[in-house]
Design a protein around this ligand. Sequence first.
Ligand SMILES: [Zn+2]
Length: 373
Amino acid sequence: MFKNLRELITSMPDEKTCRDYVIKERWNGVISCPYCGCERVTVIEGGKRFKCNHKDCRKNFSCTVGTIMEASKIPLTKWLTAIYLITAHKRGISSYQLGRDLGISQKSSWFMLHRIREMLRIKEDVVLGESQPVEADETHIGGKFANMNNAKRKKYNEIGNPLENKTTVLGMIEREGNLVAKVVNNSRIAIPKSIAETVKLNATLITDSSNLYNRIAHGYDYHAVNHSIQEYVRGNAHTNTIEGAFSHLKRMVIGTYYQISSKHTQRYCDEFAYRFNSRKIKDADRFTLTMGRIAGRLTYKALIAATVPKEITLTEKPANRNKGVIQLLDGEIIGQYSSTKQAAKITGFSRTNIAKVCKGIRKSAGGYDWIYA
Ligand SMILES: [Zn+2]
């Protein structure tokens, strides 16, 4: 029908053609009442509106009732152009730019963009890790801090908590597949919970060595890459895919939206993930796909999956993954154990005390010094 923005505008130059297009995309020939679902509907006002014939309903409605465009004074021609622009532009479009492009106020275009983002939100259950490994990582969005290099960041760390006013975003990505980006307010609880909800049980899961992932590691074929010792790639265990996606997300935020309010970060993540996950299809096809979502219809099968992941129970406390214990006397290694439990069993000293020494809470246990391996 159309292959680009210019063809979209020429093929649907006025309200009537746009309305016919929306009606076709929304109902595909069988118009049903958005209030009661009844399909006995009469066309009124020369095709502009419809009247429900159900005896208990009898409501009038237009093709935008129940969609993101409901009760909007902005004409459909502008709505369709806006939807095309936001879904086609790799880094999105600011409300200022859209306002100028469409000849409407920035306030109007700001509302439009947020409504469109609502449409782009994936409301279905997404399952990652059916066949490919899943990489998970977290990032902080907002302010200048996201832009800083490590040295500068370190300097800021000394001044105060630089993560204040930042929003933490958890990204989960299946290699060659889809991205899910979620705002997590309480990382310690929300990160393991979101992974358990999104990544298939027993799938291969790769993260950095942050202990945020300890509580769910047992549910997966789990690999951690230790960035703090400059270990970035170990065979197939790397987090390059998610880091690449995050760098695109950050460029979108910095380049197009400058500063985003933490309240709306999830919407920007949704917008980004939607374009990212449909990156292999053409702009015009992505537009058609998006129009299929105006009434919440499910259309893009690749964005969704058939099954809901099984529940993974979170362990009470993070497991001390890879925490071997070394027993020392006057700085000399006396023994090494796989865990505090094993150390306690073999030496007969209190496990709690050994752990306390490792954490620096206690000076010695059983006359020995203890450190984590
Ligand atoms: Zn009705």
